[in-house]
Write a protein of this length. Structure first.
Length: 430
């Protein structure tokens, strides 16, 4: 089933599990966030409890029983959850009053709190909305949510997807976007817009809102505020679907492709990570996406070098007969990037695990790769090697408190049915 590893079943009967968290509260339980808005409890005996830890279904917009990118997109426990009972969620809510007419929904990032003395479940009525961003389309949502070792909350927001049309329906696919719609791409390079960014906020100060960490790029002073939103930490992302910190404090962000190149970034510092000036390390011609130019500018409007990914691979569109990149596609969409910090699989220590949604779009066939930073090439990219292929779609990677990796899968294309599973990556018994 792979080079020295296999998947061990942990839980099944789930609805599109996107995240697993292990609280440091002595309970031995693990919490599984589902895209449909429910956070399930897996007790210390490995049994799913009937009562949810948190249920946000009545706060989400109606989700399609088809290919669906919206829903509960991010879930994180406060670093001091065992004492304060605070959790955070990023989800797709119905379009709020006063939003631009004809837009799709409102993205909400909220804090919830357990009732005093009872960490067994979260009170939905405790919601404290931190951010609301009106979303023009149903696409490019991002979704990553994670606390860093600095105690700040990092929030991944996609570029809004309006280059494909605003409102309920997708008007243009990625290879057929008209010139007039490409202005929407540029929001990822607009430092006054939250779209296409990783935000960084301090949720322990500034109540009832939040505080801005003083070392954010646009944190203080009239000149800084004039250059960009104070919440912005990093820019130039099309769709930062997953964010994950390793034990050393390194942050990894996945960048789902618009056209040809899936990528993962080590967001080691504030900066501009390229989109839509680059896709991964590659130049872009949005009006001729299958024939990208060989050369292009690799600096942003301020003259600063664009930051490049540590991992990239061509997706299935690279195999299209009209595509001219000289590579065969490996998959469909990157869905996770996590450094292995565990002890059980010696050969993976210090390496980056990368998941792909499915080798084939129609047939569930998720893939797990490993990238070795010690083998980085002159271009800075870490070479990929396939570890295994699943008969389900891989929609996320998570880690427990020991650094062991969990693979989250679903056989349908969205948050419906009950084919979702959680697996633990373990040494092969062969």
């Amino acid at each position: 089933m792979g080079a020295g590893v296999q998947l061990e079943p942990v839980a099944s009967g789930l609805i599109a599990p996107i995240q697993l968290e292990e609280p440091d509260d002595g309970s031995g339980r693990r919490l599984i966030a589902q895209q449909d808005g429910v956070v399930r409890v897996l007790d210390r005996d490995g049994k799913l409890q009937p009562e949810p830890f948190l249920d946000l279904r009545d706060r989400l917009l109606p989700l399609q029983q088809d290919f669906e990118e919206r829903g509960l997109l991010g879930f994180a426990l406060h670093p001091d959850f065992a004492r304060n009972g605070r959790v955070f969620a990023s989800y797709s809510a119905p379009l709020r009053a006063g939003a631009p007419q004809g837009w799709n929904h409102t993205r909400r990032v909220s804090e919830f709190t357990a009732r005093p003395g009872d960490l067994s479940r979260i009170d939905p009525a405790s919601e404290r909305v931190l951010l609301e961003v009106d979303w023009p389309s149903r696409k490019h949502n991002g979704g990553g949510l994670a606390f860093g070792p600095d105690g700040n909350l990092y929030i991944g927001l996609g570029d809004g997807g309006a280059s494909h049309g605003t409102g309920k329906d997708v008007t243009w696919d990625a290879f057929n976007v008209p010139a007039e719609a490409l202005t929407w791409d540029r929001v990822a390079q607009d430092m006054h817009s939250p779209f296409g960014k990783i935000l960084r906020i301090d949720v322990d100060h500034g109540f009832p809102g939040y505080a801005i960490p003083p070392d954010n790029p646009f944190a203080s002073g009239a000149s800084a505020a004039g250059r960009g939103m104070p919440e912005v930490w990093a820019s130039g992302f099309r769709n930062p679907y997953r964010l994950a910190f390793d034990k050393a404090g390194g942050l990894y962000a996945t960048a789902t492709a618009e056209t040809l190149w899936e990528a993962a970034y080590q967001v080691s510092a504030p900066g501009n990570y390229g989109w839509p000036l680059l896709e991964g390390t590659h130049c872009i011609d949005r009006l001729k996406p299958r024939q990208p130019p060989a050369d292009c500018a690799r600096k942003d409007a301020a003259g600063d070098p664009l930051r490049l990914p540590v991992v990239e691979y061509p997706n299935m569109q690279a195999s299209h007969p009209d595509t001219n990149v000289g590579r065969k596609g490996l998959g469909t969409a990157i869905t996770g990037a996590r450094k292995y910090d565990g002890e059980k699989i010696t050969a993976l220590r210090g390496k980056l695990l990368v998941s792909d949604w499915s080798a084939d779009f129609k047939q569930p066939s998720g893939q797990l790769f490993v990238a070795d930073p010690a083998a980085a090439g002159e271009d800075g990219l870490w070479p990929l090697e396939q570890l295994l292929q699943s008969d389900s779609r891989i929609i996320g990677l998570s880690a427990d408190r020991e650094g062991e990796i969990y693979v989250l899968t679903n056989e349908t294309m969205g948050p419906y049915g009950s084919t979702g599973k959680v697996w633990r990556l373990v040494p092969s018994s062969e």
